[in-house]
Design a protein around this ligand. Structure first.
Ligand SMILES: Nc1ncnc2c1ncn2[C@@H]1O[C@H](COP(=O)(O)OP(=O)(O)OP(=O)(O)O)[C@@H](O)[C@H]1O
Length: 288
């Protein structure tokens, strides 16, 4: 069970307010997708969830306990790029995290423990489709393969929460689709709670059980940094009743709330209220 509670979270950098009083509860096994304009504070929110940044005010609780002030293996992360070790092979990359956790200085592990870890790493690499590339280095892999490796690297730590910061943003469409199938499969199997940032509305609808829009509610043209972002839309999607993705068309790129609302409206018009939960239908009445 992994329940995330974000309570009255505010983040300021000097005089600039980035996040302003953000509160949300994410139940166990939620696949939460965060959309919002560039600079809205999406990555900042992920970094706070990861303890790479401290909140100015407010708190984050996982299963009722405030998160540790340092990054811990209970929360894994995959960024858009550069999260694998370039000088290590695929297999060594995946074994590295548990080795460093067991022996922070040397990163070495011996005997039975090492054999067990190797077995686990091999199974995971098989799951993400990299079993045939164990001895390659990241530069010898395609972008999609590098992201598969980054996902395996995060999952070997058995995180309760997986944080994804535009992990598929740099991939071509067909690789992206394959990665979507993979991440949904891993999410089901591993029963983790996922929080993912993306600019891609189609991706949000494909993957999410919950979509949060992060944006400013108030703007002062004279003082653009005066107000921070908060959650302006909170949509629950019932995975059992999702329409085919072809229903989610539109030009929106997740950059603005307006295009997202237009897509919700279009989705409802084509698919009907039956495909969305009552709660979502209520939410839609409010925004459309
Ligand atoms: N360490 C920092 N010091 C000062 N300002 C920062 C710092 N980190 C982020 N910011 C500012 O916080 C704001 C939000 O940045 P963040 O990266 O969270 O936005 P984002 O929504 O993820 O944007 P994008 O979609 O473009 O990636 C930006 O204005 C950024 O300049």
């Amino acid at each position: 069970m992994t329940h995330i509670a974000i309570r009255h979270l505010t983040k300021e950098y000097g005089a600039a307010t980035i996040l302003d009083n953000v509160s949300v509860e994410l139940p166990d096994h939620e696949f939460c997708v965060v959309l919002g304009p560039s600079g809205a504070g999406k990555t900042t929110l992920l970094r706070i969830l990861l303890s790479q940044e401290a909140a100015t005010r407010g708190e984050v609780l996982i299963d009722g306990k405030p998160i540790d002030s340092e990054p811990q293996p209970d929360r894994g992360v995959v960024f858009q790029r550069y999260s694998v070790f370039p000088h290590k092979t695929v297999l060594a990359n995946v074994m590295m995290g548990p080795q460093l956790a067991a022996a922070p200085v040397t990163g070495r592990m011996w005997g039975q423990k090492r054999r067990a870890l190797r077995e686990r790493a091999l199974a995971l690499l098989d799951e993400v489709g990299l079993a045939a590339h164990l001895d390659k280095y990241p530069t010898q892999l395609s972008g999609g393969m590098q992201q598969r490796l980054a996902i395996a690297q995060a999952l070997i730590m058995e995180p309760k929460v997986l944080l994804l910061d535009e992990p598929f943003g740099a991939l071509d469409q067909s690789t992206k689709k394959a990665m979507h199938r993979l991440i949904l499969d891993l999410w089901q199997k591993n029963k983790m709670t996922i929080v993912m940032v993306t600019h891609d509305i189609q991706e949000a609808f494909t993957l999410g059980t919950r979509i949060l829009m992060v944006d400013k509610r108030r703007r002062d043209p004279q003082a653009p940094e005066a107000y921070g972002s908060t959650i302006t839309e909170d949509i629950r999607l019932d995975p059992a009743k999702k329409p085919p993705l072809s229903v989610v068309e539109g030009e929106g790129d997740g950059e603005d709330a307006h295009s997202m609302r237009a897509i919700f409206a279009q989705w409802r018009a084509r698919a009907g209220d039956a495909v969305i939960s009552d709660e979502v239908a209520e939410g839609l009445k409010a925004v459309v």
